[in-house]
Design a protein around this ligand. Structure first.
Ligand code: CTP
Ligand code: CA
Length: 240
């Protein structure tokens, strides 16, 4: 203990990481879901734990088991993830939102299984917006609602972008970073054959401070180690 702990970059720090993808129920047996395996979030949890942090994993339907040595809170929906994230953030030095949060949820959840019927029109599902958890975490941090100093908490977002006719991946990512106000944004370039469920990854880490974008690639473990090491660096800038 003691001596080696002092050399670990995140010793004494509490890191909350959301992982997986939320599910929004339609009825007792159906949901709207997200294609996210949770592998990146789990790799981040391992890297943060190995860097000496106390790790809380907010797990939304991960396809992989949580790693040993981390506290796990299981959640189902975006609203549940919001509750868990706001609670965990209250005393976290770092919050990493790597979960795929459903942007919308069905406006109504049927208590009973929705049946197909021949005598009525096909059903239409009405969706409503889910709250933006990352943005809310940033607002609370900035208002000093967490128990930590206003600038003492580091908040990290993830973005998966494809780019389209209106803008490329980097342009969308820069706009998202400004909109969300998080300190770091980890950007994945996704296509139908990229990233989801895969073991390798290539990302760019954008910083709101305006410092140079940093690229990281390799296995999800490699990428996670790079992200955690960057987080350790950023934290030491704030409170050495
Ligand atoms: N996020 C969140 N709450 C939401 C939606 C997203 O906290 N309701 C977080 C994600 O966990 C991620 C970041 O915001 O860290 C970016 O998610 P993304 O889906 O890329 O951003 P959106 O603002 O939802 O934009 P888009 O329209 O591109 O989906
Ligand atoms: Ca989204």
């Amino acid at each position: 203990h003691g001596q080696t702990d002092f050399q670990l970059p995140l010793a004494g720090k509490t890191v909350t990481i959301s992982a997986g993808g939320t599910r929004e129920p339609l009825d007792p047996v159906r949901f709207l879901g997200n294609r996210s395996s949770g592998k990146q979030g789990v790799a981040l949890a391992v890297a943060a734990r190995n860097a000496g942090a106390t790790v809380r994993l907010l797990a939304a339907h991960m396809e992989v088991p949580p790693p040993p040595g981390v506290e796990v809170v299981n959640v189902e929906t975006a609203l549940q993830l919001r509750e868990a994230a706001l609670a965990a953030a209250a005393d976290s030095d770092v919050v990493i939102m790597s979960a795929a949060v459903a942007d919308f949820r069905p406006a109504e959840i049927s208590d009973t299984k929705i049946k197909k019927r021949d005598d009525t029109a096909d059903p239409v599902i009405t969706l409503v917006r889910n709250p933006d958890i990352l943005q809310e975490l940033v607002e609370r941090r900035n208002q000093g609602v967490t128990g930590l100093a206003a600038d003492g908490q580091l908040i990290v977002g993830f973005a998966a972008e494809t780019g389209d006719q209106h803008g490329d991946v980097r342009a969308y990512a820069e706009a998202k970073l400004q909109r969300k106000g998080c300190d770091l944004l980890v950007v994945n370039h996704v296509g139908s054959d990229k990233v989801f469920g895969k073991d390798t990854n290539s990302v760019v880490i954008l910083a709101r401070s305006g410092s140079e974008p940093q690229e990281a690639s390799g296995t999800k473990a490699d990428v996670s180690a790079a992200i955690i090491s960057r987080i350790g660096f950023e934290l030491n800038q704030v409170s050495p």
